[in-house]
Design a protein around this ligand. Structure first.
Ligand code: BG6
Length: 481
């Protein structure tokens, strides 16, 4: 993605956050806006107007922002920086139609409206904006999942586009804001060696994992509607897949890049339910602490059929990737937190090693550690020092922390800044989300049964049945073992 000239200041505009007192706003949006303000990266003129159902005034909202930033900001709360930021904060209770009040409050001709609310509220809010005459001049940011299947995504996209054109819609998938995800393209297309091995000639299979050790916690009610398929698979994992498989774009222009991602999503064979394993966690122990089972959570039905884990196998039928199985998995309450992409290379012929006692050689492997312990490694075999030919697996490792001596910025900082600048590169286009749903639709139509797994484990053992050869890389070990 484009190398960023430092300190690009977005044009003057207001930012309106619907759902401004909710979890997302408190944990991510307010701390990210505060960081941008601290770095001088917010527009010179422009207010941050929060709206939600809570009956707060401006001061109450500033207090809420203060506490949220104190708790969640990555750099901690600095009183002076906060007081600069707080001057921008306004609050409008949304209890009675907030449109007219918003229209009176917003002074600038342009604004960006962040819908940090459940998808069922999108349309009423858009109508409210339209009714108040402020849809014109507004850009919209919405959070995934975009719809809950292909048909609803199409309906939602049409509803959005009736009110604002596609060029003013920003569909957020925060994985695209992660440094390590953006680096995928630089790693692939900035290094001849890498791009040469990145195809079906060399790669035998690919594993993509988003493992979390946290459970669903207080989000039971919301999660019942999504499950792992809609929460992570259709968006975060499919985006990682698209970036892993795409051909080089002609430039970092947003459309050139998104066109290439779309080609990958179009080339995915519709996933068959027989190639999917779903799981749900039961009570167990994670890092020595007891975690209640999913069905014990508030807001979750005692016989819930929602998956907290999903693994699947799929094929990308392109010239580069035909014949290479891709294995994708994500889950909550697993033994560890780890997001990684692993490319396993083909076996070498062993003839040369006949008589040496070497009967098998570990295939080369490229591991991209998206988080934590961000980095990239390459595993290969080497001759162990000594008089006979004995091999040993070794690895070369790049670590972000060691090379750059800096903490990556929060994904939301980058994404909010880009949206304020009008840069769509790291946002999802309408066709991307629809092709992703299309590939998964056969599974949504015929969800396989749920397999239970204890919290703190690697997920349901049945996931192993998806492997055509080899095994899932164990989550219990270090990312590179
Ligand atoms: C969100 C999901 O999009 O991503 C959450 O809704 C999940 O369920 C989160 O916990 C994971 O994000 P990250 O950045 O911690 O990998």
């Amino acid at each position: 993605m484009p190398p960023e000239p430092l300190l690009r200041i977005p044009p003057n505009q207001d930012l309106v956050v619907f759902g401004a007192t909710g979890d997302l706003a408190r944990r991510k949006l307010l701390p990210a806006l505060y960081e941008l303000s601290r770095q001088g990266l917010l527009p010179r003129r422009g207010e941050v107007v929060g709206t939600a159902n809570d009956e707060l005034d401006d001061e109450g909202f500033r207090r809420l922002a203060h506490d949220a930033i104190e708790e969640f900001s990555r750099t901690g709360l600095d009183d002076r920086a906060f007081s600069d930021f707080a001057q921008r904060l306004r609050y409008i209770p949304a209890v009675n139609d907030p449109g007219p009040t918003l229209a009176r409050t917003l002074q600038l001709p342009h604004r960006i409206v962040y819908l940090a609310v459940p998808p069922s509220s999108f349309e009423p809010i858009l109508q409210e904006l339209k009714g108040a005459g402020i849809a014109k001049g507004s850009s919209i940011i919405i959070e995934k999942p975009f719809g809950h299947d292909l048909a609803s995504a199409q309906v939602l996209n049409r509803a959005l586009q009736r009110i604002v054109p596609e060029e003013r819609i920003y569909r957020i998938d925060h994985y695209l804001g992660k440094e390590t995800v953006q680096n995928l393209l630089v790693f692939r297309f900035g290094n001849t060696l890498i791009e040469k091995i990145w195809n079906r000639e060399v790669v035998s299979h690919v594993q993509l994992t988003v493992a979390e050790d946290i459970g669903v916690e207080s989000r039971g009610h919301l999660y019942e509607e999504t499950g792992a398929m809609r929460d992570i698979m259709q968006n975060h994992l499919f985006q990682l897949l698209a970036l892993t498989c795409m051909s080089p774009p002609s430039s970092f222009d947003p459309e050139a890049l998104r066109d290439e991602k779309v080609k990958v999503l179009q080339s995915i064979h519709p996933v068959s339910p027989a190639e999917v394993v779903r799981g749900q966690y039961t009570r167990g122990s994670v890092r020595g602490k007891t975690m209640p089972g999913y069905r014990e959570l508030e807001g979750v039905s005692p016989d819930s059929n929602t998956e907290t884990y999903i693994a699947l196998r799929l094929a990308v039928d392109s010239w580069e990737w035909a014949g290479v199985p891709f294995y994708l998995r994500c889950g909550k309450a697993l033994v560890t937190r780890r997001t990684e992409i692993m490319l396993f290379c083909r076996d070498v012929p062993l003839h040369l090693f006949e008589g040496t006692g070497i009967e098998a050689l570990q295939p080369n492997r490229v591991t991209i550690r998206i988080q934590p312990d961000e980095g990239i490694s390459f595993s290969f075999v080497a001759k162990k020092p000594g008089p006979t030919v004995v091999e040993q697996g070794v690895r070369m490792d790049f670590s972000y922390g060691q090379s750059f001596k800096t903490e990556p910025a929060e994904a939301y900082e980058r994404l909010l800044h880009d949206a304020l600048l009008g840069d769509h590169t790291l946002f999802i286009r309408q066709d991307e989300t629809e092709y992703a749903w299309k590939a998964l639709q056969p599974v949504l139509d015929d969800m396989p049964r749920i397999n239970l797994y204890p919290a703190g484990s690697e997920g349901p053992v049945e996931a192993q049945e998806l492997m055509l050869s080899g095994a899932w890389h164990s989550l219990a070990h270090h990312a590179d073992d």
